[in-house]
Design a protein around this ligand. Structure first.
Ligand code: PRP
Length: 217
């Protein structure tokens, strides 16, 4: 008998991957190999289900899915919007809830109201550009950073930042505040468009099982 082709899952490393595996377990999708915290393996399989899983940096997940190296990707909506890849977004997984916001010291609110030419530091230049240019029609200078974005207004690199706010404690502890909310975010399941056609039955079955585990069906 011909062996079933593996369905390959790319998971964003860290908290999102842990939450994803919890949800998958509830839906009957298990991967014992992945539970070993000390493993240096990069790829894990469940032979019975014909599933294969790997962990990658969040921003790489949509890339693997677009090229078909992964059939399915689990990643935050922030990364999906920023990477803008040709992939289908099929399910809101409900966890990893946070917001994309414009933040800064309270006084910077005035600069936003008066459409001033300001500097915006962010890990998300595409989202920031879309918000300021297309929604607010405000010309700004966008400065790409790779982390600890809250530092930028404190040390004078920029007037405001565009970043994720979850609990708000990083902002609070650094004397910053939310000035404008851009959009709410959460973890999403994404699918390669060709896989969606070729593996339609298996993928829809999985979506149903996940919806059920989420209490959506
Ligand atoms: C994210 C984000 C904020 C923080 C928000 O950073 O960039 O800094 O979490 O969370 P909070 O509202 O609960 O404080 P992350 O920890 O991913 O690291 P980074 O600064 O390197 O991007």
């Amino acid at each position: 008998m011909e062996r079933t082709r593996y369905l390959t899952f790319a998971l964003g490393k860290g908290r999102l991957a842990r939450k994803t595996l919890e949800l998958f377990e509830k839906a009957g999708v298990t991967c014992e190999e992945m539970k070993d915290k000390d493993t240096r393996k990069l790829i894990f399989t469940n032979e019975e289900l014909g599933y294969r899983f790997f962990l990658s940096k969040g921003p790489d997940v949509p890339t693997y899915v677009e090229y078909g190296a992964a059939d399915i990707g689990i990643v935050g909506e922030d990364t999906i919007l920023e990477e803008n890849r040709k992939i289908y977004e099929v399910l809101d997984l409900g966890f990893g809830k946070c917001s994309m916001c414009v933040c800064g010291p309270k006084e910077a609110g005035e600069l936003l109201r008066h459409q001033e030419l300001i500097r915006v530091a962010t890990k998300y230049p595409r989202i920031a550009k879309d918000y300021f240019y297309n929604k607010k029609h405000q010309t700004v200078e966008i400065i790409k950073l790779n982390g600890s974005i809250e530092l930028a207004p404190i040390v004078g690199l920029s007037e405001v930042i565009v970043d994720i706010v979850e609990t708000g404690s990083t902002l609070r502890e650094n004397g910053l505040t939310v000035l404008e909310e851009i959009c709410p975010l959460s973890a999403r399941m994404t699918v390669n468009p060709v896989s969606m056609k070729m593996e339609h039955a298996r993928i829809t079955q999985l979506i149903h099982a996940l919806k059920e585990a989420l209490g959506k069906e």
